[in-house]
Design a protein around this ligand. Structure first.
Ligand code: HEC
Ligand code: HEC
Ligand code: HEC
Ligand code: HEC
Ligand code: HEC
Ligand code: HEC
Ligand code: HEC
Ligand code: HEC
Ligand code: HEC
Ligand code: HEC
Length: 318
């Protein structure tokens, strides 16, 4: 029985292997379609027209589009030069006199909606669904101002280079990213697009998930709880206390304590006093903004899981 099984198994294995060899050789047969060296590829007759003058050795080479996803010559959905740049008959006839029909460079005279329409013809579904009406769409930011089509790796899709693309326009975040307490964004460990969906969002500020908190929980799941004793602002919006792009205050807090807490808690009783450590467990003490200030005592500021219904649990001290 056992032997029989093995026989069948090894038979299967051999069949699978030869299948792969077959598929591989099929792939190999088709690779010449990936086009001439230098990254340019020929998808259609239209490409040949353009490449007469834009081949790898010309003054206006097309760069490495051949090695990008737009260079998969074997995929029927792959665009040719004209799918993006338009028919450009006048340009072909006299390239010095006429530009292409659709231009993507920064000083392009093609209106943004028309440039984007060219891309949206193929990229409508999935993550693009919320593009219409999104802040970038309505402020006429073009696909091409974030995406580069003729480089081997699109910088905005590359962890370590995305920040530069975004902060070219978003100067305020550029400054915040350099503050002492911050996410490791400059290091490429966290990207803008981990928290933001630049194509559109159902949440505020182009959040990647529907809410700010939902987005933070992608990586800080422990702050979700559930807690027996919740601190109301934590359940509402992490950004009430935190500045996610960077802050001069430790733990990326928006303000120093006690001022942070005093934004919401009346400055009567010890909440208004400048707290100290002189009498831990009580609210008395004379003071200075020692050590961690209010969270010296209110250590579980995001919520407490102490089961006892005591002042200590309710006020997040245990
Ligand atoms: C997927 C869309 C797309 C395809 C396909 C495409 N291009 Fe482009 N092309 C662009 C965009 C967008 C730019 C702007 C710069 C960039 O993205 O790198 C550009 C820039 C250029 C430039 C440089 C112009 C400048 O302003 O510096 C040339 C030349 C060019 N394309 C020629 C071609 C040729 C020839 C083909 C066919 C082999 C082709 N393109 C295929 C989208 C495309
Ligand atoms: C007869 C040669 C020739 C052919 C054919 C040609 N181009 Fe060009 N192209 C040029 C030259 C030369 C320039 C530079 C023009 C300049 O600097 O004024 C240029 C510039 C460009 C530019 C940058 C300026 C612009 O118009 O946006 C793009 C993009 C471009 N070509 C795409 C294409 C595409 C796509 C095709 C095919 C549909 C094509 N070209 C066919 C010679 C040609
Ligand atoms: C004719 C159809 C067509 C057009 C027009 C087109 N694309 Fe694409 N695009 C594709 C296909 C096909 C893929 C590969 C999809 C896949 O592998 O799932 C792709 C992939 C991409 C990717 C993903 C690349 C990656 O490395 O994962 C980006 C970004 C993109 N396109 C942007 C654009 C932009 C910007 C434009 C307009 C300048 C554009 N596309 C125009 C068909 C098109
Ligand atoms: C504000 C910058 C920005 C603009 C504008 C923008 N994109 Fe993107 N796009 C990105 C970033 C960042 C990613 C990578 C997202 C990720 O990896 O999570 C991306 C990813 C993509 C992908 C690949 C998605 C995938 O799942 O692989 C496609 C396709 C794409 N964009 C198409 C477009 C088209 C079409 C437009 C214009 C209608 C556009 N983008 C406008 C920043 C932008
Ligand atoms: C850790 C998550 C996170 C990362 C990473 C992140 N952001 Fe944000 N961003 C947010 C949150 C949360 C808000 C909303 C802030 C608020 O409500 O106060 C926001 C708001 C914004 C806003 C709107 C600001 C305003 O005043 O309306 C811009 C623009 C922005 N981010 C750009 C960026 C850029 C560019 C990057 C990358 C350099 C980036 N963000 C990285 C979480 C993040
Ligand atoms: C070409 C310039 C440009 C680039 C590049 C760019 N943005 Fe924007 N962004 C804008 C404009 C314009 C707005 C709308 C006006 C505003 O709120 O400042 C905007 C708005 C935003 C907002 C705020 C949305 C809101 O609801 O307030 C966020 C978040 C954002 N961008 C993130 C990004 C990220 C992430 C990237 C990189 C992947 C990026 N942007 C790249 C120009 C740009
Ligand atoms: C893509 C994952 C990711 C997302 C999403 C994310 N973070 Fe972070 N967060 C990190 C990483 C990584 C660190 C650095 C941890 C370390 O250095 O040990 C960090 C650290 C922090 C810190 C501590 C900083 C310090 O100085 O100790 C705070 C506060 C923080 N994040 C808040 C937030 C908030 C608020 C959000 C939602 C707006 C958020 N994070 C979303 C990955 C993420
Ligand atoms: C009421 C203000 C407030 C809100 C709202 C808040 N935090 Fe905090 N957070 C703090 C304080 C204060 C610290 C510093 C604690 C310390 O020094 O022990 C901190 C520290 C952190 C840290 C770093 C230290 C640690 O405990 O891991 C992370 C990560 C963090 N918060 C994430 C979040 C997330 C995610 C949310 C939303 C679910 C959130 N915070 C909401 C006040 C807040
Ligand atoms: C954005 C507003 C906001 C900020 C900032 C804030 N809190 Fe709160 N806090 C609340 C709200 C709302 C409640 C619930 C109110 C209630 O139950 O009376 C609460 C409840 C509390 C409680 C429990 C109250 C009780 O009656 O048992 C303590 C303790 C507390 N906060 C401490 C802090 C400390 C310490 C800080 C600073 C690190 C802080 N809070 C920052 C809004 C805030
Ligand atoms: C020395 C320890 C200690 C420090 C420091 C401290 N607290 Fe408290 N806090 C307590 C104790 C103990 C209670 C419970 C008192 C009670 O129930 O009678 C309490 C209760 C609270 C409460 C809820 C009940 C109430 O009396 O209002 C709030 C809100 C609060 N603290 C805010 C703060 C803020 C804001 C700071 C920083 C300015 C702070 N605490 C600093 C020990 C401290």
């Amino acid at each position: 029985m056992d032997f029989c099984c093995r026989l069948i198994l090894s038979g299967c294995l051999a069949a699978t292997l030869s299948f792969f060899v077959f598929v591989f050789s099929l792939g190999a047969q088709q690779t010449p379609a990936a086009g001439p060296p230098g990254g340019a590829r020929v998808v259609s007759a239209a490409d040949k027209d353009c490449l007469q003058c834009h081949g790898p050795k010309s003054d206006q080479p097309v760069g490495d589009i051949g090695v990008t996803k737009h260079g998969t010559a074997t995929d029927r959905r792959t665009p040719d030069c004209r799918s993006c740049h338009g028919d450009s008959g006048a340009h072909i006839a006299d390239p010095k006199a006429a530009k292409t029909d659709i231009q993507y460079h920064a000083k392009s005279s093609t209106e943004p909606a028309k440039q984007n329409g060219q891309c949206l013809a193929c990229h409508r579904g999935g993550h693009m669904i919320l593009w219409p009406g999104s802040p970038h769409q309505s402020q006429e930011v073009t696909c091409g101002s974030c995406h580069k089509m003729h480089t081997p790796r699109d910088p905005v899709m590359t962890k370590t280079q995305q920040t530069q693309v975004c902060t070219a326009c978003h100067k305020q975040q550029h400054v915040q990213l350099k503050k002492p307490s911050r996410h490791p964004i400059v290091e490429g460990k966290v990207r803008c697009s981990d928290c933001h969906n630049p194509h559109g969002s159902a949440g505020p500020a182009l959040m990647a998930r529907d809410t700010v908190n939902g987005t933070c929980f992608k990586c800080h799941a422990e702050k979700r709880g559930p807690f027996i004793w919740n601190h109301q602002p934590v359940t509402e919006n992490c950004a009430l206390c935190h500045e996610p792009h960077g802050s001069t205050v430790a733990s990326m807090l928006k303000w120093r304590q006690p001022f942070l807490c005093q934004q919401c808690h009346e400055i009567t009783s010890h909440r208004g006093a400048i707290p100290s450590l002189t009498a831990p467990g009580t609210t008395t003490g004379i003071g200075s903004t020692l050590a961690r200030s209010c969270v010296n005592c209110h250590t579980n500021i995001h919520g407490s899981n102490n089961p006892t219904n005591s002042a200590g649990s309710r006020s997040f001290r245990r």
